[in-house]
Design a protein around this ligand. Structure first.
Ligand code: ADP
Length: 252
């Protein structure tokens, strides 16, 4: 096992991160420290760079300038070993659940630890059962993804991400593709992870959820962290016109 970072140490540390697509600079110098166990909600208009930031953190996108460290591991694009180490420390869940349709629910959860960590089958089977129990789907081990509701599939995706024992879990609009009546079951799982001390970085439109669960909210605007603070202060007393406008647009 890896040595743990000292208490209070940053799990994610970002300095001066800049990312462009061609001439379109979508992240214009992001600085962010995420502490162990911290739950951060990232809010902002569509196109403000929220998703790109998450994808940079897990190495899905290459950024041009700045520095990123996850759980003490610096991101180094030309080192496959460093990239593998980084990816193992970062779990990510997307809007679409992206389960492998030809694998059972259990096999979906088992796949990464089997392939990447070479965890023995008996051990990884027990782990998958435990994680599926934890998201309330213990009885679905042998089901196929297409036999599950969207909310159930997203809970499987959460179990699958947890199977790699990530240091941080990135959630990108994970309830946006769900029917309204299925949102709650997914948010309850996320809330329980937060309560158990998981470090979470979530892009969300669920302001009530952010208010309830986040330790800190980050408002992104035009590729920058425009305003940040506790949910209480940020929602009750937005300081910038851009945040006020964003929050009022949600009530329209
Ligand atoms: P958000 O998550 O806040 O909606 P995104 O990070 O998805 O914002 O997008 C930020 C900007 O980057 C947008 O202008 C978007 O068009 C652009 N963008 C995102 N992904 C790509 C890509 N793969 N190629 C080119 N432009 C992209």
């Amino acid at each position: 096992a890896k040595p743990l970072a000292a208490p209070g140490a940053s799990i994610v540390s970002i300095h001066g991160l800049r990312k462009s697509y061609g001439t379109n600079e979508v992240l214009k110098g992001i600085d962010l420290e995420v502490q162990r166990g911290e739950v951060i909600a990232i809010i902002g208009k569509s196109g403000s760079g929220k998703s790109t930031l998450l994808r940079c953190i897990n190495g899905l996108e290459q950024f041009q300038d700045g520095a990123l460290t996850v759980d003490g591991q610096p991101l180094v694009y030309d080192s496959p070993q460093a990239m593998r180490a980084l990816r193992q420390r970062v779990g990510m869940i997307f809007q679409g659940f992206n389960l492998f349709p030809h694998l059972t629910v259990g096999r979906n959860v088992m796949l990464a630890p089997t392939l990447v960590k070479k965890t023995p089958t008996a051990q990884v089977t027990a782990l998958a059962k435990k994680l599926l129990d934890r998201v309330g789907l213990g009885e679905k081990f042998d089901a196929r993804p297409d036999q599950l509701s969207g909310g159930q599939q997203q809970r499987v995706a959460i179990a699958r991400a947890l199977a790699m024992e990530p240091a941080v879990l990135l959630c990108d609009e994970i309830t946006s593709a769900l029917d309204p009546e299925l949102v709650g079951e997914v948010l309850r799982v996320v809330e329980s992870l937060a309560a158990e001390g998981m470090t979470l970085l979530m892009v969300t439109h669920e302001m009530a959820f952010a208010r309830k669960v986040a330790d800190r909210v980050i408002f992104m605007h035009q590729g920058r962290v425009h305003e940040t603070g506790s949910p209480q202060s940020l929602f009750a007393d937005p300081r910038t016109p851009e945040l006020r406008q964003f929050l009022s647009s949600l009530h329209d």
